[in-house]
Design a protein around this ligand. Structure first.
Ligand code: ADP
Ligand code: ADP
Ligand code: ZN
Length: 215
């Protein structure tokens, strides 16, 4: 199974992808995570991407599509892929078709998380993750069961993203509206888009996605 989770920043793509990984042994392919790892490691890609990401603009199509291809090549052929934050432009959508085709994979579902823009700033500004395992949390909506301790791995260190501030979020939303939302009709024409109410509780969103995947 290969699926795309589509939605603006803060829609819940990463949260839902982490749950699908746990439940089904699929792999989350997050270009945002890959780029942040490249920035941290100081690779040539990271050096190119850092300032662009801090502004909330999009990194080049060539860079992100190359990252996706490499990640897929490191996976077993039967491991399902959850594309999180990719594709984000029409050029990336076309690249993904070619990438999947070359590997004998097909796209099963494009799941659009529909959310009110007003909620996104609050979601993004309250977002934090475990510094050790990357599990996502929120100050108001998903706190660790034991304060200060990661549910998943027990670590006590957490981090926040430098681009998770209101000014950058506005740019990221504008990028989504201008470049990413317009790719939906491509997938609509193929009849593979399913829409989920991303304003529901995290558990409800997961249940809705599970129903779509069960066919
Ligand atoms: P994305 O990957 O789409 O940018 P995230 O999954 O990181 O979004 O979610 C953004 C923030 O909102 C996180 O802190 C997460 O815990 C929280 N969140 C995710 N889904 C929901 C939801 N359905 N209701 C409330 N908060 C949510
Ligand atoms: P969010 O889901 O909160 O918007 P991501 O972690 O997916 O954040 O992306 C963070 C940043 O990384 C984006 O603002 C952009 O600069 C860059 N990025 C991630 N994925 C892509 C992509 N597919 N194409 C271009 N830039 C990307
Ligand atoms: Zn952890």
């Amino acid at each position: 199974m290969n699926i795309i989770l589509l939605g603006p920043p803060g829609a819940g793509k990463g949260t839902q992808a982490q749950r699908l990984v746990e439940a089904h042994g699929m792999r989350q392919l997050s270009t945002g995570d890959m780029l942040r790892a490249a920035v941290k490691a100081g690779t040539p890609v990271g050096l190119q991407a850092k300032a662009v990401m801090e502004r909330g603009e999009l990194v080049s199509d060539e860079i992100v599509s190359a990252l996706i291809g490499e990640e897929l090549d490191g996976m077993g052929p039967t491991t399902g892929a959850i594309f999180d934050g990719y594709p984000r432009t029409a050029a990336q959508a076309a690249a993904l078709d070619a990438i999947l085709d070359a590997r004998g994979r097909t796209l099963d579902h494009v799941i659009e998380l529909e959310v009110d823009e007003d909620a996104l700033v609050e979601r993004i500004c309250g977002r934090f993750t475990c510094a050790n395992c990357g599990k996502g949390y929120h100050d108001a909506f998903e706190q660790p069961r034991e304060p200060g301790v990661c549910d998943k791995c027990g670590a006590r260190e957490f981090k926040r993203r430098p681009d998770d501030n209101e000014a950058t979020v506005r740019t990221r939303m504008a990028e989504y509206r201008a470049k990413t939302a317009p790719i939906l009709p491509i997938y609509d024409q193929r009849g593979i888009v399913a829409r989920v109410n991303g304003m529901a509780d995290i558990d409800h969103v997961t249940a809705a996605i599970e129903r779509i995947m069960a066919g």
